[in-house]
Design a protein around this ligand. Structure first.
Ligand code: SAH
Ligand code: SF4
Ligand code: F3S
Length: 477
């Protein structure tokens, strides 16, 4: 391959993002850090000088994917080198944090390994990697330990050093805003406390400032992010300690902001104030992702979730008490070590009693270094597969019923992108359902009233309502 820098000094970076929305946010931040160094975003590794894999470690399959991708990138790098050019390969994210040096051992073509707390140091890491690359003379042979590594948890917050977000961080009227990172809950199946470090809340002033600049840059929807977003707390402008509830109330005051969402929450941190906000902040969308993982008290205890099934049921009742149209979503793990038929039945019953509008379901994946991995009574893959299928079938029925229940109503849809067919656009309802309508690209980034006509398993179709007041929904909320 020829030198890709055919357009003068401009360099190109390709960032591939795996895992959760925190990683999506971080990838944008990395692009912001690299822009002043002359890097524009590229659409593929083939057109890039630098490739960043922003990785996820949550389940085995997620982290193994990274190594197959690295194998392909190594081939590309060798091809470049034969032509006298180069490709810089960086591994970021949770695999970088969890495996560090091991990554360079397994794939010596990797130049940089950077953990999620060190993205503001990318410029320095790139410069160091460039100096090292000559002496490394990577030729496809295993020569471990040559990459540049930064997986320390720094004392300072990366947020203080990252550039402010810009128009590039608002997509079709919508933007993510990380307000909290890390986790102190140590669920026994989960790697996040090890890959993202201790729970950290960004100061309220910084969050509000970023929220205002995102709205000024065109965002009409903000999604507040955190591994435990509802554990967020910080000193407010008035000197008192605010929780997420107060923060949402303040953010709702920003003129021009129409929709607020937050994710992911832990049932233990759903306090009274936050429940109340669902009842009286109309900008807060009637949709909540509240992972429960299991419906069995015994398994919840073994998972160290810190609450039982009744706590979850009561939370749901109270949330629906203040916001009757609230759609619930959740995460479930089947096949945690020791999960019996009776435990799994408890999960099925909890789902049945609760009613979910959507859900993410996973087979338990044994993660090195977590307490769950050391437990006896690991379940057979075939049993996990069977339980997953049964749970998905029940949840699928519920999702379809929820979608059906909206047919015939008029809902405001925030249009995000072109649909699959020409002349079609795709957007999100307040309940985060995918809605397709006939329309033009000019609708993307705005909220338009849609009469829903038909429901499917994962989406709905409808038509734009003309001559309706867009405030209908807000008034009904
Ligand atoms: N902080 C969030 C979840 C973060 S991880 C919370 O506390 O709910 C996202 C989801 O991945 C989890 O909710 C869980 O359902 C799933 N998950 C995490 N570790 C897993 C593992 N070892 N095996 C299978 N699923 C897992
Ligand atoms: Fe993982 Fe539990 Fe923390 Fe969520 S609360 S990130 S599942 S340890
Ligand atoms: Fe994956 Fe890390 Fe997110 S492990 S789910 S990318 S916090």
């Amino acid at each position: 391959m020829k030198d890709v820098r055919t357009d003068g000094q401009r360099k190109r970076v390709f960032i591939r993002t795996y895992g959760c929305q925190m990683n999506v946010y971080d990838s944008d931040r990395m692009a912001d850090v690299l822009r002043p160094l002359g890097y524009a975003l590229s659409e593929s590794p083939e057109q890039a000088d630098l490739v960043v894999l922003n990785t996820c470690h949550i389940r085995e399959r997620a982290s193994e994917k990274v190594y197959s991708e690295l194998g392909r990138l190594r081939d590309l790098k060798l091809e470049r080198r034969r032509d006298g050019a180069d490709l810089t390969i960086a591994v970021a994210g949770c695999v970088a944090q969890a495996e560090g040096e091991e990554i360079v051992q397994r794939q010596p073509a990797v130049d940089i390994v950077v953990g999620p707390q060190a993205y503001h140091r990318l410029p320095e890491l790139l410069a160091r990697a460039a100096r090292k690359s000559d002496e490394r003379r990577f030729d496809g042979q295993r020569r471990p330990g040559a990459g540049v590594l930064d997986t320390e948890f720094p004392a300072e917050s990366k947020f203080d050093h990252l550039p402010a977000p810009s128009e590039a961080d608002v997509r079709a009227g919508s933007a993510f805003l990380s307000i909290q990172e890390g986790c102190d809950k140590f669920c026994t199946f989960c790697v996040v406390p090890y890959t993202r470090g201790a729970e950290y809340s960004r100061p309220a002033v910084a969050v509000l400032q970023e929220a205002r600049s995102l709205v000024a840059a065109g965002a009409i929807e903000l999604t507040l992010l955190g591994q435990n977003v509802n554990a967020w707390h910080g000193e407010g402008a008035d000197g008192s300690t605010w929780g997420l509830a107060r923060l949402i109330r303040e953010i709702a005051e920003i003129e021009g902001l129409v929709r607020i969402r937050y994710t992911t929450s832990h049932p233990r941190d759903m306090d009274d104030a936050l429940i109340a906000v669902h009842g009286d902040v109309p900008q807060l969308m009637p949709y909540l992702h509240l992972p429960v993982q299991s419906g069995s008290d015994r398994i919840l205890d073994a998972m160290n979730r810190g609450h039982g099934r009744d706590h979850f049921r009561r939370l749901v009742d109270r949330l629906r008490g203040v916001r009757p149209d609230l759609a619930l979503s959740s995460d479930f793990i089947v096949g945690f070590p020791g999960e019996s038929d009776a435990d799994f039945d408890d999960t099925m019953r909890l789902v049945d009693e609760t009613g979910f509008a959507s859900a993410y379901t996973f087979k338990y994946s044994r993660r090195p270094g977590t307490p769950g991995a050391a437990l006896g009574d690991q379940l057979d893959e075939s049993l996990k597969t069977a339980r997953l299928a049964a749970l998905q079938s029940l949840l699928g029925t519920q999702q379809r019923a929820f979608n059906d229940s909206k047919v015939g109503t008029i809902v405001p849809v925030l249009f995000a992108e072109a649909g699959r067919k020409p002349g079609q656009v795709l957007g999100k309802s307040p309940w985060l359902q995918s809605v397709y309508v006939e329309g033009d690209a000019g609708m993307i980034g705005s909220i338009v009233d849609v009469r829903l006509r038909a429901a499917y398993a994962l989406s709905l179709t409808g038509e734009v309502v003309t001559g309706q007041s867009p405030s209908r929904f807000e008034a009904a909320a």
